[in-house]
Design a protein around this ligand. Sequence first.
Ligand code: AMP
Length: 218
Amino acid sequence: MSTRRYSAVLLFGMPGSGKGTQGQLLGKLQGVFHLSTGEIFRSLVDDSDDGHLVSDCIRRGQLVADHLTIEIWKHWLDAHIESGDFRPEEQILLLDGIPRTVRQCELLKDHVNVLQVIYLSVSDTEPIIQRLRQRALIEGRADDADESVIRNRFEVYARETTPILNFYPPALVREIDPMGTPAEVLKRILEPLIPVIATVRGSAGEFGGDEITPDVAE
Ligand code: AMP
């Protein structure tokens, strides 16, 4: 197991703010490796002890315990390095859904160096609830279908997750309006993100100059 610290950008925002959609689009850039804890957790098999615990938390809209979250996340990160999917010399690690508590920020410090926080800042939750209802129909996510679970996730976000914004220096936090089409939001994120990708890829060349080769499907 590696102990090095990886250059990372956090995709931060409330449930339904578009982290997953943007993470998937950004993950198609050559200089970015996208890792979502929600996706990791949903892929765990329910009949393992960890899987059972995790799916129970997801169903109720509660957070998985901090140590278990970091342990599972690190296990997956190492597996992606070993398989060559994540190439830290060329790629920035784009974290989606983690950290979600201040304790997780502290635990992550051993593993990542956070260069930027992309904060998808929601001013009105009603359109977000509509988005989650849509997603429930498309993706079949039970935690998006139940109104009381959605409200619980919002409360957990406000109580446990928003204090993270004070953990990182304000200069690292870039506030982005998450309303609009995925392409519009992507454009807003790329403006602050491209120079950060360049710091990792600069020596490799491709993102060092004006030229970028995003392979993003609309
Ligand atoms: P997401 O797809 O990011 O909305 O995550 C779905 C669910 O997975 C959350 O509601 C939590 O139950 C759990 N989860 C995801 N990431 C974390 C995390 N960093 N810490 C604790 N629980 C998490």
